[in-house]
Design a protein around this ligand. Structure first.
Ligand code: ZN
Length: 329
């Protein structure tokens, strides 16, 4: 069979949504399914969602002339920590009852396909590397700016997993000893300051300390309604407090990126996740601060850009299959 006719499934398992793609070897999307994870309804429900989502794109593919036999494997990007070789999700903060779930075996039995597991941020990095902002880039680091900060490190066109699959936990790099508390139980982590959650928490604190903001009108005084998008929207409309928060956030991101750049000297840093939609309002000051804090030879040629793919995680899960089956990417 001509290898171009082979197809693959890539799934991004997030705490909120599951995205599944049926993709050909060139990376063209044949069919897509997106549905709620239903994490609160328990592990079994989420696994059913995964299986049904995969079945739905397989069925959609069949309508378009794609034989099941032409699908060589399924890759899935999941939140960690993971045991990648064994295919086990050890635990996941956004999937509360997941403990040592042998995900690849469960999916393989239900779908009759080879299944490969990858960390979700690593998968997003692979997706951008293959078909997005990181095309033709050998060394890059991707940061997903959302509830936390995920990190995916690609060195010499391969994901760097570390010795025990725990590399790339960039969100828990300490940037302020004894600083703000983090979801990991420690203090002063990068993500406690520079994630979307960090932005919201720092904004609420600033308002509680007496700061005036247009946000208070937008949310009718209910601080729980503040989200990262609103803060950047207010900054765009020249709200002083939000502008200050945006500047501080860029400074924290700049510090984190400077540390990464000094250690790895990549060609590119890709910012992805919901918060990256703030665009230049985020990128411009981040570039300024990264340059200020990093060593000149390390940062000089580094491009700091936004991710360009809508479904980088699911596309990257396909790359995982291609790489593990040694199909030439
Ligand atoms: Zn932490």
């Amino acid at each position: 069979m001509n290898p171009v006719n082979y197809n693959f499934i890539g799934i991004d398992l997030g705490g909120t949504n599951i995205v599944s793609l049926l993709v050909n070897k060139k990376g063209e999307i044949i069919s897509k399914d997106k549905r709620k994870t239903l994490a609160k309804d328990g592990k079994e429900k989420t696994i059913n969602q995964l299986v049904n989502s995969a079945k739905s794109i397989i069925k959609e593919g069949e309508k378009r002339g794609i034989d099941f036999e032409s699908i060589l494997g399924l890759g899935i990007g999941a939140p960690g920590p993971l045991n990648i070789r064994k295919g086990i999700v050890c635990s996941a903060p956004n999937l509360p009852d997941w403990r040592n779930v042998h995900l690849t075996k469960i999916l393989r039995d239900k779908l009759k396909l080879p299944v490969f597991l990858e960390n979700d941020a690593n998968a997003a990095a692979l997706g951008e590397w293959w078909k997005g902002a990181g095309k033709n880039v050998k060394n890059l680091v991707l940061l997903t700016l959302g509830t936390g900060i995920g990190g995916g490190i690609i060195i010499n066109n391969e994901v760097f997993h570390g010795s025990y699959d725990a590399a790339g936990e960039i969100g828990h790099m300490i940037i302020h000893e004894g600083g703000l508390p983090c979801s990991c139980g420690k203090r002063g982590c990068f993500e406690a300051y520079a994630s979307a959650t960090g932005v919201v928490k720092r904004t609420i604190t600033a308002i509680k300390e007496g700061g005036e903001s247009i946000l208070l009108d937008w949310i009718s005084g209910n601080l729980e309604k503040i989200n990262c998008k609103l803060v950047y929207q207010a900054a765009k409309e020249k709200d002083k407090l939000s502008q200050w928060i945006a500047e501080e956030t860029a400074r924290y991101l700049g510090i984190g990126i400077a540390n990464i750049v000094n250690i790895l000297n990549p060609e590119m840093i890709i910012l992805s996740g919901g918060m990256s939609q703030a665009g230049d309002l985020l990128l411009k000051p981040v570039r300024k601060y990264a340059k200020r804090y990093a060593l000149e030879p390390a940062i000089k040629r580094v491009k700091i850009v936004r991710g360009s793919l809508k479904d980088a995680g699911a596309i990257g899960a396909v790359v995982t299959v291609l790489k593990r089956k040694k199909l030439g990417v």
